[in-house]
Design a protein around this ligand. Structure first.
Ligand SMILES: *Cc1c(COP(=O)(O)O)cnc(C)c1O
Length: 426
């Protein structure tokens, strides 16, 4: 039986049998015992399914991945050790040396660096396009060796809302999947598969965990992308894998299972960025209240955005659910129930004023974090995005005076009083 998201948050992915624990058990074990080497051999050949080594699969992590899979409406999912690992695996699973990827330029600084510097060093080329590019400009970014299109539902920290229709149409016209990082919206506010995305990634470190308890990531496959229809582009899925006894993933595991099985069997095997069972457990505790926390984050953030908009010391405010915001229409279209808890704004007086303002905050803590239950604040140009020059910053939608204010689920009156007092000092 398929439940609604508010029920899935509590029950999807794990159903205890008679006398079993109600909570997902923490299977804190590297390995699993078998009685014959023959039985274990079958697991290594992917001939039988079962657990043998936690780097590849662990029951705790799998239950939590299954919950996230249900929330996104996907066909298969896996946890990773971080959001960075999730985005790396998601792209590297289908693009290798000599390939090319089109990415929206308004993305998380860590992802930009991963693509533009580290993966480029691995021989994968990225073309970055503005979130507001015309269909013609987007079209011009593609090459014969393009293997994927990448974007964020709501970009961190520039808060651009992805034009799913534009990006998915272009991706599919070129026979490649659209990969969407859905970290900021979460499946409570947006389910990218319903808008043309083929693969979804998450930094579960943010709202999904929600309590700043663990660093983690997830990849979810819609199971809808037809790898065989573009077999020449995706030989890793459509031709035999010599490192797994000649298995052809898309044949053996179908469109529903091929992509995640390949990412587990090859990338997790070789790179090892697996989720710790304890972290998966903590993530699940967070997921159980995701459907309650997200509406509160959104309600508080809209109130903060409106407060800042009317404040004389504030130069500008950006929040996708705020009427008049450049992404308001796209937010209404794709995130009608709310966007996220993150508001960005500039204090009049630029970088210096922003620093004075931040030092005056008492309730909100300065943290290299975003999107959890407690209000926190960051100046990206001097932290997460500091490796970028001014031109790259502007292309990513991050001005030097931008303050990223992550609105928590505290009482809104206390959040506003804190803002008021800090702005007075500027
Ligand atoms: C934080 C973040 C990441 C990176 O995730 P980690 O868990 O910190 O590795 C990726 N994408 C987005 C949108 C993020 O906010």
């Amino acid at each position: 039986m398929s439940h609604n998201p508010g029920t899935q948050c509590l029950h999807a992915g794990y159903r205890p049998a008679n006398g079993e624990p109600r909570n997902i058990p923490i299977i804190q074990s590297t390995t699993f015992r078998y009685e014959t080497s023959e039985a274990m051999g079958k697991l290594f050949d992917l001939e039988a399914s079962g657990y043998f080594y936690t780097r590849l699969q662990n029951p705790t992590s799998d239950s939590v991945a299954a919950k996230i899979c249900a929330l996104e409406g996907g066909s298969a999912a896996m946890l990773t050790s971080s959001g960075q690992a999730a985005n790396f695996f998601a792209v590297f699973n289908i693009a290798s040396c000599g390939d090319h990827v089109v990415a929206c330029s308004a993305i998380y600084g860590g992802t930009y660096n991963l693509f533009a510097v580290t993966m480029k060093r691995m021989g994968i080329d990225f073309t970055f396009v503005e979130p507001d590019c015309t269909p013609e400009e987007l079209e011009a970014a593609f090459r014969p060796n393009t293997k994927a299109v990448f974007g964020e539902t709501i970009s961190n920290p520039s808060l651009a809302v992805l034009d799913f229709e534009k990006f998915s149409k272009a991706a599919h016209a070129h026979g490649v999947p659209l990969i969407v990082d859905n970290t900021f919206a979460t499946p409570i506010n947006c389910r990218p598969f319903e808008h043309g995305a083929d693969i979804v990634t998450h930094s579960t470190t943010k709202y999904m965990d929600g309590h700043a308890n663990q660093v983690g990531g997830a990849i979810v496959d819609s199971g809808k992308f037809d790898w065989f229809a573009h077999a020449d582009k995706f030989p890793g899925l459509t031709t035999p894998d010599g490192s797994y006894h000649g298995i052809t993933y898309a044949e053996k595991f179908g469109l529903e299972g091929a992509y995640i099985t390949k990412a587990t069997a090859q990338l997790m095997r070789d790179f090892g960025a697996c989720s710790a069972p304890m972290n998966a457990y903590l993530l699940n505790v967070g997921l159980e209240t995701l459907h309650l926390r997200m509406p509160r984050h959104c309600e508080n953030a809209l109130a903060v955005a409106q407060f800042l908009q009317n404040h004389e010391k504030v130069a500008w405010v950006r929040y996708p659910s705020l009427p008049g915001d450049p992404y308001y229409e796209l937010a209404q279209k794709y995130l009608p129930n709310g966007s996220c808890g993150v508001v960005s704004f500039g204090v009049k007086g630029g970088r210096k004023a922003a620093e004075t303002f931040m030092a005056g905050l008492e309730l909100a803590s300065i943290a290299t974090h975003v999107a959890d239950a407690k209000t926190c604040v960051l100046h990206p140009a001097s932290a997460t995005h500091r490796q970028m020059n001014d031109q790259e910053l502007m292309a990513a939608g991050v001005s030097p005076d931008l303050v990223r204010f992550s609105v928590g689920i505290e009482d809104i009156h206390d959040i506003q009083a804190d803002l008021e007092k800090a702005l007075e000092r500027v």
